[in-house]
Design a binder for this molecule. Structure first.
Ligand code: INI
Length: 195
């Protein structure tokens, strides 16, 4: 029997996409700082002009899943990290946005075969969000740890220590959902262009 486990050390060749919803930017910028700090302290080159991390800014959490999915299917990344903050107001808007972003991120990961980290705070108040984005702790750090663990784990799960990204394409994901797993893992370069 074999035990598969992620690590926090073999990070030099991992590639990350970070998708950030700008809405509630006071909170989200702090999450991003925590996330970058953690990646950097674990040996990742976080320079946007380097080749380990790309940053995608979107207006709000509702837009995160589309970009996260495209990034996951692009074959460029081992892990996609989604950062955002949905804070409950006086209207049902919170429920729609929070529901869609959580479902969409889960679907992006499941369909693409690439880990997509749910780094989205969902809180009742701004105070609760700020407490989780630096005042008490910074969950951005935790999301980066989750990304390191899943990125290194998926390289093992996918075999041979190779990169996990791009195992599935949009077309082949449909086959996975239809149960045609054997055919689905064949790479298909043609449908993997970024928007
Ligand atoms: N987007 C967020 O990221 N957080 C929120 O709390 C939020 N609220 O509450 O409205 C929010 N709304 C914007 C939404 O994500 C879209 O950007 C917008 O609806 C345009 O599609």
């Amino acid at each position: 029997m074999t035990v598969f486990e992620g690590s926090f050390t073999q990070t030099e060749s991992l590639r990350f996409a970070i998708v950030i919803g700008r809405f509630n930017d006071m909170v989200v910028n702090k999450l991003l700082e925590g996330c970058q700090d953690c990646l950097k302290r674990h040996g990742v080159d976080i320079n946007p002009h380097g080749n380990q991390v790309d940053f995608y800014w979107v207006p709000g959490c509702f837009e995160i899943p589309l970009v996260a999915r495209q990034a996951a299917f692009s074959r460029r990344y081992d892990v996609v990290i989604c950062l955002g903050a949905v804070i409950r107001g006086q209207t049902p808007h919170f429920d729609f946005v929070a529901g869609e972003v959580s479902k969409g991120i889960a679907a992006a990961a499941f369909q693409s075969g690439v880990p997509v980290i749910f780094g989205v705070l969902t809180t009742d108040t701004m105070q609760q969000a700020l407490e989780r984005a630096g005042i008490k702790s910074n969950l951005g750090w935790n999301y980066a740890m989750n990304a390191l663990e899943m990125g290194t784990l998926m390289r093992q799960v996918n075999g041979l220590g190779g990169s996990s990204y791009g195992q599935l394409t949009a077309a082949s994901a449909t086959q996975v959902l239809a149960g045609e797993v054997g055919r689905a893992i064949a790479p298909d370069v043609s449908s993997n262009q970024m928007v």
